[in-house]
Each structure stands twice: as structure tokens, then as C-alpha cells.
Design a binder for this molecule. Structure first.
Ligand code: SF4
Ligand code: SF4
Length: 221
């Protein structure tokens, strides 16, 4: 999932200076799970803004809604009409959702309500950990299901580096060395020989930005 965190309230309020009619649009997928921009968070932000503007004596209209997936045009089409009446839309989705919103509502002003941080997993409730940098050339099958590009501070494919120290990373002593973790799991799997494998230099060319992908079924459309 994509992990994001809501921008500080003061930053959002400052971005809205000078606008009289504001719409806040949430997304009920990833950013809802990480409690940054789902229906609940949108409701909370809208209430906070209404109270704050009222306290300032300013008559700003704040309306809100949340779509199932802001990065998907099919869901966005359900709300586009009502957004036309507003001077500005605050997107509470990840950067991809916010950009689709900006594309679909051009030239309307779209503002980001969250900071998109990483692709991660949820090891326990309320905790998210980065686990994939979407490199486009996955090596997890060789590295015991632990991503060296993300988990290793240096992102090295042929580790460990010379700085690993009793299982900890030299860059951050509070973090486990990714290659020690990989070694330990390969050992448990009976595949320790994998550690001797030398990976060729990464194929940076497989991933240029912005990346795109079309499913076979849709090719030629
Ligand atoms: S190697 Fe790591 S960064 Fe690349 S796709 Fe696999 S998990 Fe993601
Ligand atoms: S100590 Fe381990 S995790 Fe840290 S940079 Fe070196 S190989 Fe990577």
C-alpha cells in the first residue's frame, strides 16, 4: 500500500488563504488504511477548518466527500461535476490521486492535503514500514523475500557492506542490517548458497520516470 501522512493543520490552512469556497476530497483506499486521507480524516479536517475559519471571523465554505479510489478515473467521474462549484480542491489522496484529480479538473487549483511517503506494509495496527521502491526488476526470489534495495540503507545488491556490525547497519545502529537478515533467512530456508551469488549491476534502464504499463488486454485501444 501507499503510505502517507496528513500535512500539519497550519500548513493546510495557510495554503487556503484567500479562498472562499473549498472542497476537501478524500480517498478510501491506501490513505484511509494509514489514517491520513480517508473519510474519517476528511471529516476531521473539514470540521477543524470550519471551526478555525469561524473563529477568525471568516466566512469560508468547506465541503467534503470521499471517493473509493482517487487514482482511478472511473471513481473520479462520480464527483467531478460537483467540484466545479469550488475555487480550490484539497486532495487527501496520495500524489498519484492528487495528480489525476488535477488532470481531470484542469485548470482548477488542486492542493495536496497529505505528504505521500512510501510503499509499505502493515506489520501491526498503526505501524507502516517501507518495503519496496518499485525498482521494476524484483530480486526477492534470490534474497529470501527481503528487499535489499529498500531495507539496506545503501540499497546494495551484493551485501553486506564492510560496515555491518553484529547484525546492525553502520548507517543507523538502530536498524538491522538487511544483508544479515537475508543471510539468516536464507540459512533457515537451506539456501545459503544464494548469498554467494553476485548480482550484476542493476538495470536502471528498466525503470525510467514516469513509468507506465498497459495490460495485454488493453493494448491497441
Ligand atoms: S527488489 Fe525491492 S524495490 Fe525492487 S520490486 Fe522487489 S521489493 Fe520492490
Ligand atoms: S550495514 Fe547492512 S544494511 Fe547497512 S548499509 Fe551495510 S549492508 Fe546495507
Amino acid at each position: 500500500m501507499i503510505v502517507a501522512e496528513r500535512k500539519p493543520f497550519d500548513e493546510i490552512k495557510a495554503m487556503l488563504a484567500g479562498y472562499g469556497k473549498v472542497f476537501i476530497l478524500g480517498c478510501d483506499t491506501c490513505v484511509s488504511v494509514c489514517m491520513a486521507g480517508g473519510r474519517k480524516e476528511v471529516g476531521l479536517l473539514a470540521s477543524q477548518l470550519r471551526m478555525s475559519f469561524k473563529k477568525d471571523g471568516s466566512d469560508v465554505v468547506i465541503d467534503e466527500d470521499t471517493v473509493e479510489r482517487q487514482c482511478n478515473k472511473e471513481y473520479m467521474e462520480l464527483v467531478l461535476n460537483k467540484l466545479k462549484d469550488y475555487q480550490v480542491v484539497v486532495s487527501m489522496a496520495c500524489g498519484a490521486g492528487a495528480q489525476l484529480l488535477a488532470d481531470l479538473t484542469e485548470p482548477q487549483q488542486v492542493l495536496p492535503g497529505v505528504n505521500t511517503r512510501f510503499i509499505g506494509m502493515t506489520p501491526k495496527d498503526g505501524n507502516w514500514v517501507e518495503r519496496c521502491r518499485a525498482c521494476g526488476d524484483c530480486v526477492l526470489g534470490e534474497t529470501a523475500g527481503i528487499c535489499p534495495i529498500t531495507v539496506c540503507a545503501k540499497g546494495i545488491l551484493n551485501g553486506p557492506c564492510g560496515g555491518t556490525d553484529h547484525g546492525k547497519c553502520e548507517v543507523d545502529k538502530d536498524k538491522d542490517c538487511a544483508w544479515t537478515l537475508i543471510h539468516a533467512r536464507l540459512d533457515k530456508m537451506g539456501k545459503l548458497d544464494n548469498i554467494k551469488k553476485i548480482f550484476p549491476p542493476r538495470k536502471h534502464g528498466v525503470k525510467t520516470h514516469p513509468a507506465s504499463q498497459v495490460h495485454e488486454v488493453y493494448k491497441g485501444e
